[in-house]
Design a protein around this ligand. Structure first.
Ligand code: IMP
Ligand code: MG
Length: 198
């Protein structure tokens, strides 16, 4: 089900709103590109799950903006639930993974679509998928907005990928650094000095 994730090229500095120039090095994915790709992803999901009732399981908190845009484009019947995981404190390297919210919907025998913001080392999604499998859903598919192939340590692939991005720390459109930048309407590259300073 994996279909040509777009490989990102860094956009020119000229597109960066002035407000963010001191903290962000570049715009990686523009608002228009996000809109277009989310539309494509929703069309694929709509086609693949036609006539089925989906349980969308989104990982908190980085998915919120992407998830809202994605599901409002779906017309198939779906139920939505969240799993809370946190693996980052104020750092940009993976740490210990904590489950902060458990699933409440019963997914036994259901078709589950797991939505995450970014597939990086794969440790988060591997742990989440292992936990979900114990609940015996009929199928599990994974949809991520971004993936960084360079840092993968787990044997895991997403079924739907928005964009493949280089090994840079990115923020915006739901993705954060220390809970900031989630509200940016584009994906930007955080300057090294910003995360090295904290
Ligand atoms: P993984 O367990 O290494 O695959 O990391 C997945 C999680 O790390 C994501 O859900 C994000 O919360 C976070 N993460 C990884 N890379 C980035 C990044 O470049 N920006 C913001 N968050 C990231
Ligand atoms: Mg996350």
């Amino acid at each position: 089900m994996r279909r040509n994730p777009m490989l990102c090229r860094i956009q020119s500095q000229a597109r960066m709103p002035g407000r963010w120039r001191s903290e962000l090095a570049a715009v990686l994915v523009t608002r228009a590109q996000l809109e277009q790709r989310v539309r494509e992803l929703s069309e694929m999901i709509q086609r693949d799950f036609a006539d089925r009732e989906l349980v969308v399981v989104a990982l908190l908190t980085g998915t919120i903006v992407f998830l809202a845009d994605l599901i409002r484009r779906l017309t198939l019947p779906l139920r939505l639930d969240f799993i809370g995981v946190s693996s980052y404190g104020n750092r940009t390297v993976p740490g210990q993974l904590n489950f902060t919210k458990e699933l409440r919907l019963d997914v036994c025998g259901r078709d589950v679509l797991v939505v995450d913001d970014i597939l990086d080392t794969g440790q988060t999604l591997s742990r989440v998928l292992a936990r979900l499998r114990l609940l015996e859903p009929r199928t599990i598919k994974v949809c991520v907005l971004l993936e960084k192939q360079a840092r993968r340590t787990e044997k895991i692939q997403a079924d739907y990928v928005g964009f493949s991005v280089p090994d840079l720390f990115v923020v915006g459109y739901g993705l954060d650094f220390a809970e900031r930048y989630r509200n940016l309407p584009f994906i930007g590259v955080l300057k090294r000095e910003v995360y090295q300073a904290s």
